[in-house]
Write a protein that binds this ligand. Structure first.
Ligand SMILES: Cc1cc2nc3c(=O)[nH]c(=O)nc-3n(C[C@H](O)[C@H](O)[C@H](O)COP(=O)(O)OP(=O)(O)OC[C@H]3O[C@@H](n4cnc5c(N)ncnc54)[C@H](O)[C@@H]3O)c2cc1C
Length: 389
C-alpha cells in the first residue's frame, strides 16, 4: 500500500528530527526514515563521546519543536563563560554570560540526548510516522511527487524529499547534487575526562599550531574534550595508554585545570569542510550536514543545521500550494546559504590564522585577541552572534 505524505525526511538525527517536529506540529503529514535505532538513555549512563555546544538560537528552536523539556529532563549542562587563548603568545579573551545579562552562553548536550528527546516528541504527533531502522532503497521523482521505496519494502509518496541524512547523504547522491570538499588533514579527537581543578562552568579553548583543544564542562566535574590534531598525531594519541594520554592532554591545556585525572573511551573523526551546490532541486532539499559540514573549532555545525530546519519548516508551512516546487525550495536555499557560507569561511579563517607559526601572524592574533577582549561592544557582538541572539 502506498502512503501519501507532505514530506519524507531521510535521517532522524538532530536536524531531520527537529524539522519533523516543527512540521508535525503544524499539521503536516511527515515520514521520517532513520537508519539506526538510537541507544536508550539512563541517567546512570556514562557521558557519551559525542556532545554539542547548543546555542541559544538552537535551544529556542528545540523548545518550539517540543523537545527542550525532554532534553533537560535527561541531561544538559549550561556553561556560563568561555576562555580562549593562544598557545604561542599572551593573547586571551573571555566571554561571560553575566556581562550579557544572560543566565548562560549555551548548553553542552549529548547528541543522542537531543535525538532521543526529539524522537519522543515525534511519537506523540499524529501526522508523523517514524520508520526506524529503515532506509531509502529507491527514489522516483516525477512532476507531481516523490515515490520512495524503503529497504523494508514500504512504499511512500510525498511532495518533497528532504535529505537530513548526514555528511554521506544518500539523498544527495541519488539526486546527483555535487559537493565541494576540503580535507583539513586533521582529526577531532573526542573523549570525556575528569580534571584535578573544577571547570568553573567555563568552556576552555586553547589554540595551538596543530589545532585547537576545547574542554567543554559537564555535570559532576566531567569535561567533554574536542582536540583537533594533525591526522597522524591524533592516531598516535589514540594509541597512548590512559596515563600517558592524560599527561599529554593536561599539558596541552597548559594545566589550566590541573592534571587530567581520568579518561574514558577515545575516538577521532576526520575533519572535512563540505558544501553542496545547490541545496535543492525540484522535490528535493538538503539540510544540516547533508548540505554542509564545517570545522568544529567553534562548535557551530549542528547549530547551523538546526537553523536550516527552522527555515525549511517555515517555508514549507507558509507555502501556498506545492511544497516541493523549486519556488518554495529556492526561498529556503536563499535564506540559508549566505549564513552557512559565511560561518564556514569564518571557521576556515580562524583555522588558518591560529595554525600559522610565522611571527607576523602570531603578533596579529595575540594582539587581536587582547584588543577585542578590551572592546566590550565588539566582544559582545561576537558572543551574541555565536549564541544566535
Ligand atoms: C568532533 C566534532 C565535534 C563537534 N562538535 C559540535 C558542537 O559542539 N556544536 C555543534 O553545533 N556541532 C558540532 N559538531 C557538528 C555536529 O556533530 C554535526 O553538524 C551534526 O551531527 C549534524 O547533524 P545532522 O542531523 O545534520 O547529521 P547527523 O548527525 O550525521 O545525522 C544524520 C542521521 O541520518 C541517519 N542516516 C544516515 N544515512 C541514512 C539513510 N540513508 N537513511 C536513513 N537515515 C540515515 C543517521 O543514522 C543519523 O541519525 C561536531 C562535529 C565533530 C566531528
Amino acid at each position: 500500500m502506498q502512503v501519501q505524505y507532505d514530506v519524507i525526511i531521510a535521517g532522524g538525527g538532530m536536524v531531520g528530527a527537529t524539522l519533523a517536529c516543527l512540521l508535525g506540529q503544524s499539521g503536516k503529514r511527515v515520514a521520517v526514515l532513520e537508519a539506526h535505532q538510537p541507544a536508550l538513555f539512563s541517567p546512570d549512563d556514562p557521558y557519551d563521546l559525542r556532545v554539542s555546544a547548543i546555542s541559544r538560537a538552537s535551544q529556542r528552536a528545540l523548545l518550539a519543536a517540543g523537545a527542550w523539556e525532554g532534553i533537560v529532563a535527561r541531561r544538559a549542562f549550561p556553561y556560563e563563560a568561555m576562555q580562549v587563548w593562544d598557545a604561542t603568545g599572551t593573547g586571551e579573551i573571555r566571554f561571560d554570560a553575566a556581562d550579557l545579562g544572560e543566565p548562560d552562553l549555551g548548553h553542552i548536550v549529548e547528541n543522542r540526548v537531543i535525538q532521543l528527546a526529539l524522537l519522543d516528541t515525534l511519537q506523540a504527533l499524529d501526522g508523523v510516522d517514524v520508520f526506524c531502522p529503515d532506509k531509502l532503497a529507491e527514489v522516483l521523482v516525477d512532476a507531481q511527487q516523490v515515490t520512495a521505496t524503503l529497504h523494508s519494502g514500504e512504499v511512500l509518496q510525498a511532495k518533497l524529499l528532504v535529505g537530513a541524512d548526514g555528511a554521506q547523504s544518500k539523498v544527495r547522491q541519488l539526486a546527483g547534487i555535487g559537493m565541494e570538499t576540503q580535507d583539513y588533514g586533521q582529526k577531532g579527537l573526542v573523549c570525556v575526562v575528569q580534571t584535578e581543578l573544577a571547570h568553573q562552568f567555563t568552556a576552555w579553548q586553547r589554540f595551538m599550531p596543530g589545532g585547537p583543544l576545547a574542554f567543554l564542562p559537564l555535570a559532576d566535574g566531567f569535561c567533554s574534550i574536542v582536540w583537533t590534531l594533525p591526522a597522524d598525531r591524533a592516531d598516535a594519541m589514540l594509541r597512548l595508554s590512559d596515563g600517558d594520554f592524560c599527561r599529554e592532554l593536561a599539558q596541552a591545556l597548559d594545566f589550566r585545570l590541573g592534571d587530567v585525572t581520568a579518561v574514558g573511551e577515545r575516538a577521532a573523526f576526520s575533519l572535512r569542510g563540505r558544501h553542496a551546490e545547490p541545496y535543492i532541486q525540484e522535490r528535493v532539499a538538503l539540510a544540516g550536514d547533508a548540505a554542509h559540514t564545517i570545522h568544529p573549532l567553534a562548535g557551530q555545525g549542528v547549530n547551523l543545521g538546526i537553523k536550516d530546519a527552522v527555515e525549511l519548516a517555515q517555508q514549507i508551512c507558509q507555502a501556498q500550494g506545492d511544497v516541493g516546487s523549486v519556488k518554495v525550495l529556492r526561498a529556503y536555499e536563499r535564506a540559508r546559504r549566505g549564513d552557512n557560507v559565511l560561518t564556514q569561511k569564518a571557521m576556515e579563517g580562524f583555522r588558518l590564522l591560529f595554525g600559522n607559526t610565522l611571527t607576523p601572524w602570531k603578533i596579529l592574533r595575540n594582539s587581536g585577541l587582547s584588543i577585542v577582549n578590551q572592546m566590550s561592544f565588539l566582544k559582545y557582538e561576537i558572543a551574541k552572534r555565536a549564541m544566535g541572539i
